[in-house]
Design a binder for this molecule. Sequence first.
Ligand code: 5GP
Length: 193
Amino acid sequence: MEELVRRIQKDGNVLSEGVLKVDSFITHQVDPDLMKRIGARLAEVFAKKKITKVVTIEASGIGPAIYTAQSLEVPMIFARKAKSLTMNEELLTSSVYSFTKQVSSTISISRKFLSEQDRVLIVDDFLANGQAAKGLIELCQQAGAQVEGIGIVIEKGFQTGRQLLEDMDVPVVSLARIASLNDGKVSFKEADA
Ligand code: 5GP
């Protein structure tokens, strides 16, 4: 997505050879117009897959996921990282190692929101080593739901996430793909959409 690539070039900050900061338009302050177009693009890519739910993980997956769900006219569910007092129903749970926080946490979704009838599109802001997406796939599998694809805003193509997810037979579509963050510079690969 050309507009996203240009915005990363303009406003992204390389924190290290492994980490890109995009907190002025995606992960902290959010540009809603850009986010809406990101959601519309992901919805367009997966339009033929008969998606019934969009699933993401809090917090920064929620922006792209909500606009994707709105475009597909289906509900969005975000997995929670901490158990809320109000989550008193049966839960689907899985353990996820966080790339940025470097701790494992249990993520959960209420069982009642996913079923064998669901065809799920997973959406997240970043793909690094694929642990967040793998945890979300596991939650869907526990419910017997079918994961039709994974839509990613920014993929770091030099990390192992895509390989892990493709080995699980789930198609991955990334709107921006980063080849490297070496020497404080963002180099891109050709994106999927
Ligand atoms: P993974 O689970 O694929 O290893 O990492 C993906 C998750 O870690 C995303 O949900 C995202 O929140 C976070 N993440 C991974 N790499 C980066 C990065 O370079 N910058 C930011 N801001 N978040 C990242």
